[in-house]
Design a protein around this ligand. Structure first.
Ligand code: C2E
Ligand code: MG
Ligand code: MG
Length: 694
């Protein structure tokens, strides 16, 4: 169960985070590609359109000059000098043969393209700070940051403004200064580069300074587009991130609620199962033994009744705190339910574990007000699994709930003790559990195959020694397990509810037997049938019994219904109602095992019962002493005063003294081995035929 919950829990957890993260990742990747592509495309477009035109102008100067030389025999740059462009011409040996303006190009040129749409051009950087530069990759690059800086400087009017025009406004000539930066037109920014152009076949080369001139609004447009895209990207990222964080926080809260125990404010059982199983599956814990403990506050309900539920819960909180403090690394503890706590402790040394449990109990017992409270601990050891080569095997599947159930089974063996105690699940308990499972698996089949049989134990009048009645007791004659006594099956049936079917079977069988014996002409005596307390929740129980007996055609006075003493504590009202009905239909009703458990004197007051069956314990060991006899004598007197008959149960073989004593006290019947053990129907028939004992 736990692993199913663990899977569900993980699914919820992963689903949220994974989905958001995947979305965030894909979105960012897509947007980055789109943004990068847009910016790159725009820059290339600008470079191509601006630098391309500039380059073609330099080519034109070179062509015109070359043509002139071919025509006139010498160069004349005056025809192109109007442009005021800076350029110079180198001959094949690298000597400058003509120069217009300064030569501020760098020494190393590179073959680059202005954009993917243009041819390769030899480009030199200008010695002035340059926002455009030829790259190793054969492309001309624009440094966006620097360009943005220049735009910004233009607006702020800072000194290092790189905005200029190559022309002096007055002279329309380049200024004398070699500085490349002039502030004349705040609407434009120009960035210099040198390009080399071959001048025909002469071997001379013309180096012209070209400018990337852009209107600031173009740059601003670029910056705005880029900024919008970046802003949008950032906004979406922030949105997705905040939603991820929010869902993480919610998840954390959900986990807290999922695992929170409202009573102790600590962890709950679900957390214990998930964490515990994770812990047990871990590779490094494979060689460790663990102990699963069920720690219980004994008589918690009584404590709540005496104090209050709130105080009881305070004690549970305190238990949780103290148990939590006693934990070491890789050990866990949680509240299970009611006053039960589950602990998972390392247990490589059994003695040490025992000492730790004792220390925990004594710490828990120290209450502030010095009140005595006690605790029961049930334990189950989970040993490491070892393969055939003696290596520790990692536990793949761990059913912690099953192990905890075993610890509970061990703890339940202590239920009759009031003081603190510890019990561990052992082989005997394991066998018992196996037996419970076997019984459960076979019960219906056994009923269908008539493996359950009715035994009759006669009841005799101690005065006359005459057969006065009998009790029907179930036996299981199993072909597989042999003869099984009710002590080994009835408690199991009572727990799993099968007892109601058994009770029906017994009533029907007894009614049928009685009818058969009546038809044979035998003098029948009333036979009592045990009816379990579980049956009393059914409001029509009396009618059910009546119908079953009527079906067999048996007179109602031959059937007696036995109710156990403890059943009288369940629902008094229902009990009184059903007893009244049964009596109305003519059945006799008796209280079984009177005096065995809680005081039922009060029940005697309210219940209109016919028969009181004194528990066998009255006639055992110390109880058969003088004081015991006084109690029995008074109980018989009490029953008589209430107009009830008495049956003494469990008077053993050879106890003639007791039989005489009971006869003297006026006890109506004795049911015990002294007279007869429970016997099959056939043997009981013989007893009816010879109703007086010798
Ligand atoms: P119970 O109803 O109190 O039955 C009396 C038990 O005491 C019987 O045990 C009987 O064999 C035993 N007994 C009688 N005289 C003596 C004696 O002198 N010495 C000793 N040592 N024992 C004596 P049994 O048959 O083992 O039944 C045990 C209990 O199982 C019954 O106690 C009853 O509570 C329950 N049970 C048996 N059959 C049924 C049934 O058909 N339905 C239900 N609901 N419970 C049943
Ligand atoms: Mg009985
Ligand atoms: Mg009894």
């Amino acid at each position: 169960m736990a692993s199913r919950n663990e899977k569900r829990y993980r699914k919820i957890k992963k689903h949220h985070i994974l989905g958001t993260l995947i979305f965030l990742f894909i979105f960012c990747a897509c947007m980055s590609v789109v943004l990068g592509g847009l910016v790159r495309y725009y820059i290339e477009y600008m470079l191509d359109s601006k630098l391309g035109a500039e380059y073609r102008a330099v080519v034109l100067i070179a062509d015109v000059s070359q043509n002139y030389r071919e025509r006139e025999g010498h160069y004349s740059f005056d025809i192109v000098d109007d442009e005021g462009r800076e350029f110079f011409v180198e001959d094949a040996d690298g000597n400058v043969i003509f120069q217009n303006g300064g030569n501020t190009r760098s020494d190393i040129g590179r073959k680059v393209r202005f954009s993917m749409f243009s041819d390769q051009v030899e480009v030199y950087e200008d010695s002035v700070d340059n926002a455009i530069f030829p790259g190793h990759d054969g492309q001309v690059h624009m440094n966006i940051g620097e360009v943005a800086g220049r735009v910004f400087s233009t607006f702020t009017g800072e000194l290092d403004v790189r905005v200029f025009s190559p022309f002096d406004e007055k002279t329309h000539m380049p200024p004398e200064s070699q500085a490349d930066i002039y502030v004349t037109d705040a609407e434009m920014i120009n960035m210099p580069l040198w390009v080399a152009v071959d001048m025909g076949d002469s071997g001379n080369r013309l180096f012209g300074k070209i400018y990337f001139s852009a209107e600031i609004k173009d740059i601003i447009l670029l910056v705005i587009i880029a900024s919008i895209v970046v802003l949008f990207l950032v906004a979406v990222q922030i949105l997705v991130l905040t939603s991820t964080i929010r869902s993480l926080v919610n998840q954390h809260r959900m986990t807290d609620i999922f695992f929170h125990d409202t009573v102790t404010d600590g962890h709950n059982w679900m957390w214990f199962l998930i964490k515990g199983e994770q812990l047990l599956r871990k590779r490094r814990s494979a060689k460790n033994s663990y102990a699963v403990l069920d720690l219980v506050f004994v008589n918690y309900r009584n404590y709540c009744v005496c104090h209050s539920v709130a105080e009881g819960e305070m004690q549970l909180k305190r238990m949780n705190r103290i148990a939590g403090r006693s934990l070491r690394k890789n050990e866990i503890c949680s509240h299970y339910a009611s006053a039960n706590f589950a602990l998972l402790l390392c247990c490589n040394d059994r003695h040490e574990l025992d000492d730790r449990i004792k220390a925990l109990i004594s710490e828990l017992e120290k209450t502030e007000d010095g009140q005595r409270i006690s605790f029961h601990v049930g334990g189950e050891i989970i040993n490491p699994s070892i393969d055939e080569r003696g290596r520790y095997v990692r536990r793949k599947q761990v059913d912690l709930e099953y192990e905890y159930n075993n610890a509970c089974a061990a703890r339940s063996t202590l239920s009759d003790r009031d003081e603190s105690a510890v019990a561990f699940f052992d082989n005997k308990m394991f066998e018992e559990q196996k037996w419970v499972n076997t019984v459960q698996a076979n019960q219906q089949k056994a009923l269908d195959n008539n493996e359950f049989v009715v035994y009759y134990q006669p009841k005799y009048d101690p005065q006359s020694g005459r057969l006065k009645g009998a009790e029907a007791l179930i036996r299981w004659q199993s072909p597989e397990f042999g003869f099984v006594s009710p002590g080994r099956i009835i408690p199991i049936f009572e727990k799993n509810g099968f007892i109601t079917k058994i009770d029906h079977f017994m009533i029907k069988s007894v009614a049928r037997d009685q009818k058969k014996w009546l038809d044979q002409g035998l003098t029948c005596v009333p036979v009592s049938v045990n009816v379990s307390r579980a049956h009393f929740i059914e409001s029509d129980l009396a009618e059910q019994i009546r119908d079953m007996v009527d079906e067999a055609g048996t007179p109602h006075n031959l059937i007696e219904i036995e109710l156990t003493e403890s059943a009288f504590f369940d629902d008094k009202k229902a009990m009184i109602y059903t007893i009244g009905k049964l009596k109305e239909y003519g059945f006799t009703v008796s209280m079984d095992d009177f005096g065995s458990g809680y005081s039922s004197l009060n029940s005697l007051k309210d219940m209109p019962l016919d028969v009181l069956k004194l528990d066998a314990e009255f006639f055992r060991g110390e109880n058969s002493t003088e004081r015991g006899r006084i109690v029995v004598a008074e109980a018989i007197k009490l029953a008589k005063s209430l107009n009830m008959r008495t049956v003494a149960e469990g008077v053993e073989e050879g106890e003639l003294d007791q039989v005489r004593f009971l006869a003297d006290q006026g006890c109506d019947m004795i049911q015990g081995y002294f007279y007869a053990k429970p016997m099959p129907g056939g043997d009981f028939e013989e007893k009816m035929k010879n109703p007086v004992t010798n």
